[in-house]
Design a binder for this molecule. Structure first.
Ligand code: COA
Length: 150
């Protein structure tokens, strides 16, 4: 997915508003998840998000998503974000995010997703790393569920 940073996307520093980038990441990842599952999907969680470089007004933002891993009803989608300078074409890594989507049936209940078979070495590496991230994510979810609200 490619976006141009326009004035409504920018903050008072004339750089991309973080919340807008999260919206684009979520959209891009949701399209990938839907293309795999071919049904409704909902974002269950977004892992840590670090903004490595500022993205300026007028820059081009390139988002690349891939379904890394499928469990039963959930999928991990990774999104790589690049900042592209419109004049030179130079690209810089700007952010990376991992999102979990859950497939839903017509009654909005979690639905089993078609299996994913990694084929290339890169796909196998991404799937293996996703398994580790899933374990940490679910532990974090369980910890949050037991934390008393402040
Ligand atoms: C995501 C949601 C559908 C999960 O429903 P649930 O009743 O908790 O379902 P389950 O406990 O059976 O979990 C279903 C799957 O979701 C995964 N899951 C649930 N919460 C998760 C979380 N916070 N992070 C990652 N995965 C999660 C489970 O691991 C399970 O995966 P699996 O079937 O592949 O093993 C439900 O919590 C929900 O609707 N949340 C709101 C989603 C939303 O509104 N998103 C937009 C935010 S603005």
């Amino acid at each position: 997915m490619t976006q141009l940073v326009q004035p409504p996307d920018a903050n008072y520093l004339d750089t991309l508003f973080g919340g807008r980038l999260v919206e684009w990441i979520d959209n891009c990842a949701a399209i990938s998840a839907q293309r795999h599952a071919r049904c409704k999907v909902v974002t269950a969680s977004i892992d840590d998000l670090h903004f490595a470089v500022p993205i300026r007004l007028g820059d081009i933002v390139v988002l690349k998503a891939s379904v890394n891993y499928v469990h039963r009803t959930s999928m991990e989608v990774g999104v790589r974000v690049e900042r592209e300078c419109p004049r030179t074409g130079e690209t810089t890594h700007a952010a990376r995010a991992y999102l979990t989507f859950v497939a839903l049936d017509e009654q909005n209940r979690p639905l089993t997703v078609p299996a994913l078979t990694p084929e290339t070495p890169g796909e196998r590496r991404r799937a293996a790393n996703a398994v580790t991230r899933r374990e940490f994510r679910l532990m974090r979810r369980a910890a949050l569920a037991t934390e008393p609200p402040e």
